[in-house]
Design a protein around this ligand. Structure first.
Ligand SMILES: *[C@@H]1O[C@H](CO)[C@@H](O)[C@H](O)[C@H]1NC(C)=O
Ligand SMILES: *[C@@H]1O[C@H](CO)[C@@H](O)[C@H](O)[C@H]1NC(C)=O
Ligand SMILES: *[C@@H]1O[C@H](CO)[C@@H](O)[C@H](O)[C@H]1NC(C)=O
Length: 234
């Protein structure tokens, strides 16, 4: 499969949910494609200054990896449920995973979801989470490597498909306040919006294919739960 470079688009790894409507499928396969996916938990310990909301599944944070081997060449998609990541942290994760997989750094994509609640409760610490040790891992790079190691254990013959759909979760927020004439982040429902959802899907090659992983990209600045001081990667 030709390697698709998604650049620095914010990306999230999701199971397909009904909020996406997919158009006609475009599938391709490679006899040599193997794929495995895994995740490691990076949920921070509860912040004693805030309510210890850490009981529901959507309050857990993960670093996720999709590892593939295409005709002998490894690559990986790494998605981190973090609000922010600094450039050296990103580069360290990229380099560590690439070295482990004996592949080039351009065959490894590291991204974060940028969900504003993907960090410990408390605004300033959430912004920093991931730029030092996180949960039981000394760094994002080590967490990414752990996810890759787990994914390698479940590699299966796979085929890959790519398609786009649309979702109606985002809104233009480029507006002028009619009273003050000043710029505001208010919703501007007449402003342009990119509603395209890009989905790279990996299926097993079984007679009845099973979904193995999906890499999804969608233009949205996820600030739901922002300042509500509980942890969620959603
Ligand atoms: C979707 O993919 C299947 C399997 O490759 C193919 O049989 C089918 O014609 C495709 N559907 C469309 C709408 O392209
Ligand atoms: C990378 O290469 C080393 C040295 O040849 C080898 O031991 C290791 O298994 C390779 N890693 C993977 C993921 O295949
Ligand atoms: C919303 O966006 C449109 C298109 O860019 C612009 O013409 C309009 O002035 C905006 N509305 C407000 C309230 O700023």
């Amino acid at each position: 499969m030709p390697f698709i470079n998604f650049g620095v688009l914010l990306a999230i790894v999701l199971a397909l949910t009904p909020c996406f409507s997919l158009a006609a499928n475009t599938t391709a396969s490679s006899n040599g494609l193997m794929v495995g996916a895994a995740r490691v938990d990076i949920t921070p310990t509860p912040n004693s200054l805030w309510l210890p909301l850490n009981i529901y599944d959507n309050e857990r944070l993960y670093v996720r990896a999709i590892v593939f081997n295409n005709d002998g060449v490894y690559g990986a998609f790494i998605s981190c449920e973090l609000a922010f990541i600094k450039d050296p942290i990103y580069k360290a994760a990229n380099a560590l995973v690439a070295a482990y997989l004996n592949t080039t750094t351009s065959n490894v994509i590291v991204s974060i979801t940028h969900a504003h609640s993907a960090g410990p409760a408390g605004v300033t610490t959430a912004n920093q989470y991931g730029n030092a040790a996180l949960s039981t891992y000394p760094s994002v790079a080590e967490a990414a490597l752990a996810a890759v190691e787990k994914a390698l254990l479940v590699m299966r013959p796979a085929k890959v498909g790519y398609n786009t759909g649309s979702a109606y979760h985002n809104v233009n927020r480029d507006a002028l306040n009619p009273l003050t004439g000043r710029w505001t982040q208010a919703s501007n429902t007449s402003g342009p919006v990119d509603r395209e959802v890009q989905v790279l899907t990996f299926l097993s090659t079984d007679a009845t294919p099973e979904p193995l992983a999906a890499w999804t990209s969608y233009a949205m600045h996820p600030v739901q739960s922002y300042l509500s001081e509980y942890t969620t990667g959603d």
